[in-house]
Design a protein around this ligand. Sequence first.
Ligand SMILES: C[S@@+](CC[C@H](N)C(=O)[O-])C[C@H]1O[C@@H](n2cnc3c(N)ncnc32)[C@H](O)[C@@H]1O
Length: 284
Amino acid sequence: MDSAPLHPADQLDRVLKSLQETRKYRFVSPSLVQAIASDELAKGRTLKETIKETKSKLHQSAAVYIRQNLDYDHALQRLREAVSTNQSEDGACAHEYRHSARPLLRRFMAAHTSTFERLTCLDRFYQEIFGRLPPICSVLDIACGLHPLARPWMPLPPDRPYFAFDIFADQIDFLNRYFRVMGYEGEAVQCNVLEEMHAPAADLAFLLKTLPCLEQIEAGAGRRLLHAIDAPLLVVSFPNHSLGGRKKGMAQHYAAFFDDITAGSGWQVESLTYPSEEVYIVRK
Ligand SMILES: C[S@@+](CC[C@H](N)C(=O)[O-])C[C@H]1O[C@@H](n2cnc3c(N)ncnc32)[C@H](O)[C@@H]1O
């Protein structure tokens, strides 16, 4: 594979094609694959090494969090059934039908480590966070995973726009269909948030457990994104234990990191501790 010299654009195509042939990476944003691969090629790596390194970075920053591959069609079918049996024709029970979807949504959220870890504190997580904020009219969810499924726990009217961004095309399609089934104003977009996110201005942006993943791909991405996002309120969080469950001073490590990337900003920061993560509410 590495014997014939290839034009850099052809090398990137080869990497992309190779990843698109795998079950694990076939739905990943092509722009992210190419961005990682071109960094690796620029270090002088062979094509084989580049493919290996690209997979490794995508694993560490994204795929490792997938605990279970959801059958999205089946999940949506079950959601439709749960919602329709509780929905009155005139829509009068809108609140109840969204409420009745919660047990199912909890099960779906268990498929992704970040939302799985939040399940034990869902009932107070959004009440406490939104309780500290003014009324919110629009939300961005950066590198969202399955987090938009938690929307029925958020004190946020269903007609408030919710824009979610992540790299897996199949997951994004699922989230768009979920918004429709639930009657939520929302849009999910597949993109590499480091390069091609065209996020509108919003009242609030969630960056939950996301910055460490993005820093693995681009050192300095955290500070850059926090400043670039057009929202006066940010809810940023960091894991307080490793994926293996060990604490190892992680909360202190990320507290120092967060202090560093917000130093000199003049922003007001309030922190909250949950079993799943340390949350920082930032008022820009
Ligand atoms: C630790 S998970 C957090 C998920 C979600 N924010 C939550 O807390 O429930 C990190 C997420 O970042 C996404 N991700 C990683 N790199 C990304 C990139 N360059 N652009 C967009 N999303 C990315 C992954 O796919 C994954 O869903």
